[in-house]
Ligand binder design. Sequence first.
Ligand code: GDP
Length: 213
Amino acid sequence: SAPSDLTMVGAYLENRLPPSLGVPEVAFLGRSNVGKSSLLNKLVSKAGGDTARVGKTPGATASVNLYALLGPKRYGGNSNSGTLGAKPILGFADLPGFGYARLSKDSKQSVEEAAERYLGKRRELALGILLVDSRREPNADDRAVLAALYDMGVPLIVVATKCDKLNANEVELAMGTIRDGLGLPDEQPLRISAVTGEGIRDLWGIILDACEM
Ligand code: GDP
């Protein structure tokens, strides 16, 4: 049945890793403003969650921000027992610092360290989702992030965000540019829009496959 909520587990810096939730995790990567929070919210609402609101983490330039997608709330047998609590069924890790952070050298280092540690060591990590804006040509940052993920052996899908901002011809052209620029297989990038919902079902399918759910 439908998950009910997305809840922040915590933000983690430097060499700390979040506590394990005991469920698979999906990591989201991309430059700021690419549409990451919008995509997360859309994924959760499509899954039946109604109260999810992923926003900018206040004050945190970056780190590993872990969210838990919670299953349905369970209720006890009598009126006194109340809610037994919802169990996490999937983790979403937002890695805002990885590859794209515009930070001072020092904080950039500690932020990237956190994300790198997460990507390289996290047992629960089942899939990385790299977001690129459908209207932008991939640049050296995008290529470096992709190369780093391949090196670390992270299973990866590239999605092109905000496809609703282009017409059909423009989308075709843009997907070719991104595919060539990043050296992607024919079926990537996956076209998505947090506004129209395009690609969200497909992305859920890919997530569930990767998580063997
Ligand atoms: P983040 O910084 O990567 O988390 O990006 P946000 O999700 O906050 O999105 C940045 C801006 O792009 C906001 O103004 C969003 O409303 C807009 N945006 C995000 N996704 C889409 C989309 O699929 N279509 C359109 N038209 N706008 C989008």
